[in-house]
Design a protein. Structure first.
Length: 356
């Protein structure tokens, strides 16, 4: 069996992405071929392409790890997936090693990430392991007002902050502060609200703050208009006015910038949890002893275990998380222009690239 397909390859940092034809037939037991409905463009992709962040798979490589589509072929042992609409986990643990068996799937040394370890979703088709795929109830999808392509952003943009909030232990009546609300941060705010927290959103873009204020944030603050001391005092006053905790705040750093990380660390309070969701190559100077003094904790968040995907998908299909206002669709043929626009902050929403 031959499945004629194409993908867009990164050959070198900043070099134009080039189209390549390939055979997308599954090559091993347990693998499936997915006809891609859409693939989201993530800050991580921009890091590989513009900043020289190394991929595990040598170049050339098709980037893209936010994938939704339909299974059209399967290797031995995975035939039951054929015909199903799915969201592909952005990080796919092996499920069999000692780390996976101990519940440490996100540090599995055999994990595969599309667009990093294997060819990714900026393509017409992708071949991935069937293990961990998240099936989509198409009846519920039909009544949600969403298209399958739009669900692509669940893989990473929604599930990573969902894991972060789950791991941090966000509880009803708590205070959650999200620093950086473009892309992942906008969904982090919605996840925290869905879990019962009152949300404070901090960013430098008034338009993004206004958008998240409509769906999730009870208070929005522009970091350019408030220094660190004023930010902290404003959040404290807000918490007091709403009878919210003055301790045990949940702080989610989603900006992926040095300034955002410094801001997030400066918002630690007694018993706080700092969850690092965004990524930057830049270094940050902090007083680490604040973690000790506040009896606080800091957690890194790499992807999301596949077993948590159905819960995140439920929040979307139940309309507790809004996708459509924060997503814009582009043809895959415009991939070079879309990468440039995202890099120069000319996109107001998360781009999803759709094969022609």
């Amino acid at each position: 069996m031959v499945i004629a397909a194409h993908r867009w390859l990164m050959t070198a940092p900043k070099a134009p992405l080039v189209r390549e034809s390939f055979d997308a037939a599954p090559g091993a037991p347990g693998e499936v071929t997915i006809a891609i409905a859409g693939c989201g463009l993530c800050h991580t992709d921009l890091g590989y392409y513009f900043d020289g962040v190394r991929t595990n798979h040598p170049l050339p490589l098709a980037l893209g790890h936010e994938i939704a589509g339909r299974v059209v072929a399967a290797g031995p042992g995975a035939e039951s997936w054929i015909g199903k609409a799915v969201v592909v986990p952005s990080v796919m643990p092996c499920g069999e090693c000692e780390l996976c068996r101990r519940g440490k799937a996100m540090i599995c040394r055999k994990q595969r990430m599309p667009g990093n370890d294997i060819h990714g979703g900026f393509a017409s088709h992708v071949v991935v392991p069937a293990r961990g795929l998240c099936p989509v109830d198409e009846g519920r999808l039909a009544t949600s007002g969403l298209e399958l392509a739009e669900l692509a952003v669940i893989a990473d943009a929604v599930t990573t902050p969902y894991q972060a909030a789950t791991r941090a232990g966000v509880w009803p009546g708590s205070l959650a502060i999200v620093v950086g609300i473009g892309g992942v941060g906008g969904y982090a705010a919605q996840v925290a609200k869905a879990m019962g927290a009152t949300v404070v959103a901090i960013d430098v873009d008034d338009a993004k703050l206004a958008a998240v204020g409509e769906v999730a944030a009870a208070l929005t603050l522009n970091a350019r208009s408030h220094d660190q001391k004023v930010l902290r005092a404003t959040v404290q006053a807000f918490a007091k006015s709403r009878n919210l905790p003055q301790t045990e705040w949940f702080v989610f750093e989603c900006s992926g910038t040095a300034s955002g990380q410094a801001t997030a660390f400066g918002l630690l309070t007694h018993g706080a949890t700092l969850s690092i969701v965004g990524f930057t190559m830049d270094r940050v100077e902090i007083r680490l002893s604040n973690l000790m003094a506040f009896d606080a904790r800091a957690l890194g968040n790499w992807g999301c275990p596949p077993e948590l995907y159905p819960g995140a998908l439920d929040l979307v299909l139940d309309r507790k998380i809004a996708l459509k206002p924060f997503v814009e669709i582009h043809p895959l043929t415009e991939i070079n222009d879309v990468f440039a626009a995202a890099h120069h902050h000319k996109l107001s929403r998360r781009a999803v690239l759709v094969p022609a």
